[in-house]
Design a protein around this ligand. Structure first.
Ligand code: ZN
Length: 316
């Protein structure tokens, strides 16, 4: 079977695997993401070597034809580098040249939101619903739009960053450095940092190493303790931002289906239903009539499928 080597370069961990033409995911290697460039590249190269070595022991899996990586950050059109990599030590680094020279095969890079959306489109619950809008609530807000079977990148491969449009003019500072953005209210990191600022450290038995999780903020809001009012206020504003953002996207793009995913929804599953209700309540019939909301595949195979698809080597 033909294969492609796919990578998911994330802010806390990276995964590398072979994706076969029947969408199988094989020989998975995981490495923690380190913040210095040299050790990061060494760990990445070693993980890729291990995938290739393991492949050679499995009958029926051909050597990969190409490599495709899904990664957070801004990748210019036809780009071989990530020009802005908020969570990886690769700002401006010519990543495709490095990998190409080392492993002697073509390499493509794709923004992680787009790669995940492409995977959801190929194999997810919304398979072949076109246009397909995917919104991932994680540390930040990831987005991917599939139009005519491919991720839509816009004129300069920068389209879709709805999380970095303004929700509250002059409001909270966003991780991107500007103020008042949707992500600074409904991104997972924004919610937990705000909880720390406004509620203090999480109570004993909650949080991780003194930091809140979104699930802990939800638990504090549902309890009748002294933190309940403050937690409810944070979540009410997060919910308003998330609902408004998704409804705005639906009106702008008129998708056939919307995938809502991301780790934050595991800690706060009620948000999903509230978003669906808000879109149904506030958009016109033409927008909502044939619109389906579908759950994400979860996990990270979707990003690997999308990264593999970006090479063009397996599926037309
Ligand atoms: Zn922002």
């Amino acid at each position: 079977m033909r294969t492609v080597l796919a990578g998911d370069l994330g802010g806390t961990k990276c995964r590398f695997a072979l994706v076969s033409e029947d969408y199988g995911v094989h020989c998975v290697q995981r490495v923690a993401t380190v913040r210095e460039q040299k050790p990061f590249l060494a760990a990445m190269d070693e993980a890729i070597e291990q995938v290739l070595a393991e492949r050679a022991t499995i009958a029926g899996l051909e050597a990969p034809l190409a490599m495709g990586f899904g990664t957070a950050g801004v990748i210019p059109p036809g780009g071989g580098a990530i020009t802005y990599a908020p969570n990886l030590p690769l700002d401006g680094f010519p990543l495709t040249d490095h990998v190409q020279q080392r492993f002697g095969m073509p390499v493509s890079l794709l923004n992680d939101g787009r790669a995940s959306a492409w995977g959801e489109f190929l194999r997810g619950h919304a398979a072949h619903q076109d246009p397909l809008l995917c919104l991932f609530f994680g540390t930040g807000v990831g987005i991917g739009l599939i139009v005519d079977g491919k991720p839509y990148g816009g004129g300069n491969n920068a389209a879709g960053e709805i999380g970095h449009t303004v929700f509250r003019p002059g409001g909270r500072r966003c991780p991107c450095g500007r103020v008042g953005h949707f992500e600074s209210y409904c991104g997972g990191r924004a919610i937990t940092e705000r909880a720390l600022e406004e509620l203090g450290a999480p109570p004993d038995g909650h949080g991780t190493r003194g930091q809140w999780t979104v699930g802990d903020v939800v638990a504090a809001a549902e309890a009748d303790g002294p933190l309940a009012d403050g937690a409810r206020l944070i979540l009410a504003e997060a919910e308003e931002a998330a609902c408004t953002m998704v409804a705005n996207c639906c009106v702008l793009l008129n998708p056939r289906a919307v995938v809502l995913g991301g780790g934050m929804l595991s800690g706060w599953p009620q948000l999903r239903e509230r978003i669906v209700q808000h879109v149904e309540r506030t958009t016109s019939e033409a927008i909502r009539k044939d619109l389906q909301f579908v759950p994400s595949l979860g996990g990270s195979d979707a990003i690997l499928w999308g990264a593999a698809a970006s090479t063009g080597a397996l599926w037309a």
